[in-house]
Ligand binder design. Structure first.
Ligand code: SAM
Ligand code: SF4
Length: 326
């Protein structure tokens, strides 16, 4: 078992398949000079399978594919098929633009639930936020997944002055549609225009929703990052991922592999371990996994606290979000 010095068991691996993407969300990817990692530096399909297998042998029970955008990988179907052999729960976070090309692949893989990111219900605002005109395609693909009995969680990065006026509209959407909205507090990463004034906190979101709806809290499953709620009578639910104002590090079970095969024990960890490099040299990667987890900090990568005013973004040492894998 992959256990850290705070006795947290790590059985959930998030694998980034690429740092490439077909959208350009300003909060994720820096505008200036972003260089995508060349293919030969990325984990190849057979390497992903072998490395993931080592984690599974050490107790990983769930794998999430992410990125960048996982569906821009040309060998996505092959990767999914290989991971399917590991007999663990597989899921994915996607921006949803290409899901219509992968309906059969997803259904055959046994994936039951997807996280699909969509920060706005407005076509024009989507273009402003992502620099691409794909809002309607994403909406169609969310419906397509629901029609195929896939559970859909919709990730919405909530930002003051950007999309906060749509919080109520997202909750209204859950009235007749069984989607699970997850408002994510805006997090700071390298060159992503973060400042504390743009964060909308869990409490502020609840205050806003309660001006129009009755809110019923739902119970939290172990390790869950989302605080979940329901408007009585609605088909769907909503939740808040309160990383900034009320983090959930205490029972964190997540580890990450970047697309270039570096292990990170926290989204905000400064240090990384080169698992792919070791694997390519024929070394045993398991001692490296344990070494990395033994260095995991108690909370937020040891880089900041919930006192957001004090966060100095230039002093944070981390990658861009697109190159970590959210
Ligand atoms: N391309 C896929 C997508 O957009 O769903 C997967 C990768 S993306 C990095 C994973 C998640 O991280 C998305 O839901 C995205 O909205 C979220 N994200 C990216 N940057 C963020 C930030 N600065 N703060 C909070 N969430 C962020
Ligand atoms: Fe691409 Fe997802 Fe980042 Fe947007 S959030 S730029 S869709 S990786």
């Amino acid at each position: 078992m992959i256990v850290d010095k705070f006795n947290r068991v790590h059985d959930y691996l998030r694998i980034s398949l690429t740092d490439n993407c077909d959208l350009r969300c300003f909060y994720c990817m820096p505008e200036e000079d972003y260089q995508f990692t060349p293919n030969q530096q990325l984990m190849q399909a057979d390497e992903i399978e072998a490395i993931a297998k080592a984690y599974v042998q050490e107790g990983v029970k769930k794998i999430r594919l992410t990125g960048g955008e996982p569906l821009v990988r040309k060998d996505f179907a092959d990767i999914l098929r290989r991971l399917g052999k590991l007999n663990v729960e597989i899921t994915m976070t996607t921006n949803g633009t290409r899901l219509h090309e992968f309906v059969e692949v997803i259904k055959n893989s046994g994936i039951k639930s997807l996280n699909i990111s969509l920060d706005t219900l407005q076509k024009d605002r989507f273009i402003l936020m992502t620099k691409r005109d794909k809002q309607e395609q994403v909406m169609r693909n969310i419906q397509l997944m629901l029609d195929n009995d896939i559970n859909v969680k919709v990730n919405v990065v909530a930002m003051k002055g950007v999309n906060d006026e749509e919080i109520i509209d997202f909750v209204k959407w859950t009235k007749d549609t069984p989607v699970h909205i997850r408002f994510i507090e805006f997090m700071p990463f390298d060159r992503n225009k973060w400042n504390s004034d743009k964060v909308i906190t869990l409490q502020q979101i609840l205050d806003k929703v309660s001006t129009q709806f009755e809110i019923e809290p739902l119970s939290r499953l172990p390790h869950e990052t989302a605080k979940k709620f329901k408007v009585p009578g609605h088909a769907g639910t909503f939740a808040v991922i309160s990383t900034m104002s009320a983090p959930f590090c205490g029972d964190c079970n997540r580890i990450r592999l970047t697309a270039d095969g570096k292990m990170k024990n926290c989204l905000f960890s400064q240090s990384e371990t080169d698992i792919l490099g070791a694997y390519r040299k024929g070394e045993d990667i398991k001692p490296l996994i344990y070494q990395n987890i033994s260095e995991k900090k108690e909370a937020l990568g040891g880089q900041f606290t919930i006192d957001m005013e004090k966060i100095e973004t230039t002093a944070l040492h981390n990658r861009t979000m697109i190159s970590i894998g959210g």
